[in-house]
Design a protein around this ligand. Sequence first.
Ligand code: 7QS
Ligand code: ZN
Length: 261
Amino acid sequence: GLQRAPCRYADLHPLWQSELSVSGGTRQSPINIQWRDSVYDPHLKPLKIHYDPTTCLYIWNNGYSFQVEFDDSADKSVIMGGPLENHYRLKQFHFHWGAINEWGSEHMVDSKVYPAELHLVHWNPVTSTSFEEAIMENNGLVVIGVFLKLGAHHAGLQKLVDALPAVKHKDTIVEFDVFDPSCLMPSCPDYWTYDGSLTTPPLTESVTWIIKKTPIEVDQNQLEEFRMLLFTSAGEEEKRMVDNFRPLQPLMNRTVRSSFR
Ligand SMILES: O=C1NC(=O)[C@@H](c2ccccc2)S1
Ligand SMILES: [Zn+2]
């Protein structure tokens, strides 16, 4: 398959420069999902998603992605079922993407890379009292990964894209009051799941990953809008926000389970 962009560590965003020597990690993310090595698990239930669009708060540029934050003070936007033992609250979603369509996603499927990947980040309110605490808990988090592929215009995503010019620079924020992230979910229920980690510092091994098998389609203009964001603050020398993905990590002693045969 296509090779990823040569990863010139010197060009890595400061964020990842520190992570190159994470020692002792046994369940790091992202990984290359080898379809033939994944194991169908008949006990995996369908994933149940109930997002309340009014829990959407704002969009902001945090210097390595743009993030849509949700009110997680109650069980209003939650997921359950799938591989999960209880419900998890939606905290935020964000994306990772490349400078060009040949790369950008964090996970790969049989070494196939997608131009972008959506991450919906949830935390376990049963074992933690806050998102910040859940980051440090074993399996405190669930991240749903959805691949984006180049294709038709995505009407639901466009509402998000239209807000991006308002968060062009690092640490800018704009109100975003009603949005249902379910519109970004593919209709196919199939997913892979494995135990992994955050893909940015603190890289804690606290994430149950649920990676949807089927990508959603977005068009070229929408991907190019992502690439017009900046890593840098207003007044600094501009650095385009692109290639904000972590390199692949070793599978080590893990099995990826699939919800489908
Ligand atoms: O899925 C992931 N993507 C990221 O940027 C990582 C992260 C780090 C901290 C909080 C939320 C997410 S973990
Ligand atoms: Zn992410």
